[in-house]
Ligand binder design. Structure first.
Ligand SMILES: N[C@@H](CCC(=O)N[C@@H](CS)C(=O)NCC(=O)O)C(=O)O
Length: 204
């Protein structure tokens, strides 16, 4: 299977999950402005939505949406523990976090990157983001990861989106639990590998 991705974009989440799960995936970069892949293909022919992440399966089918991809990838390696088994109460906790990250964080951050988003709306989005970050900070008290001691696909997604605080100049240093969490996730071997593959590791 092949993951179409753009360095630092939300496609970093399935990239991390694929590595954490030990899956044999290939990767191809996408220029989101030109809608071209690194091999020169018209990206809209692969995913008519024109956005990453996009996963092309070995049978040619194409799967999109971060939330679907991270679950699909984790389910290819059930022993990885990245997603608890179907029907277990723990799985719904992970899904609950995926919903929160997608709708409360990801979709609030996205318009901040767009130059045509009115400044007044950006201010509202940032205020709302701070409310959600305060909640997240409390939820992380005494926990290594979102659902407890175990790293799950929700952590790959949260880490990916929370990284955007820096380029968007949203100061999260006051959220001590989030700051510690980001460091913890960033030190994971496969997370470092994904960051390195995407050219995002800062030189020491
Ligand atoms: N609903 C999609 C949103 C994906 C998304 O926002 N992708 C961004 C990068 S993080 C993108 O490719 N934007 C380019 C565009 O929309 O043209 C998902 O959850 O996967």
């Amino acid at each position: 299977m092949k993951l179409f991705h753009t360095p630092g974009a939300c496609s970093l989440a399935p990239h991390i999950v694929a590595l954490e799960a030990g899956l044999p995936a290939t990767y191809e970069k996408v220029d989101l402005r030109a809608k071209r892949t690194a091999t020169g293909a018209d990206f809209t022919q692969i995913n008519p939505k024109g956005y990453v992440p996009t996963l092309q399966l070995d049978n040619g089918e194409v799967l999109t949406e971060v939330s679907a991809l991270i679950q699909y990838l984790a389910d290819q390696a059930p022993k990885s523990g990245l997603l608890p088994e179907v029907g277990s109460a723990d799985r719904y906790r992970v899904l609950e976090w995926i919903g929160f990250i997608s709708t409360e964080l990801h979709m609030r951050f996205s318009p901040l990157f767009k130059p045509d988003t009115p400044e007044a709306y950006k201010t509202i989005l940032i205020a709302n983001l701070h409310r959600r970050l305060a909640y997240l900070d409390e939820a992380l008290a005494g926990r290594s990861y979102l659902t407890g001691d175990r790293f799950t696909v929700a952590d790959a997604y949260a880490f990916t989106i929370l990284r955007w605080s820096e380029p968007m100049k949203i100061d999260i240093s006051g959220y001590k639990n989030i700051a510690a969490y980001m460091n913890r996730v960033a030190q994971r071997e496969q997370v470092r590998q994904a960051l390195q593959d995407e050219g995002l590791l800062k030189a020491a």
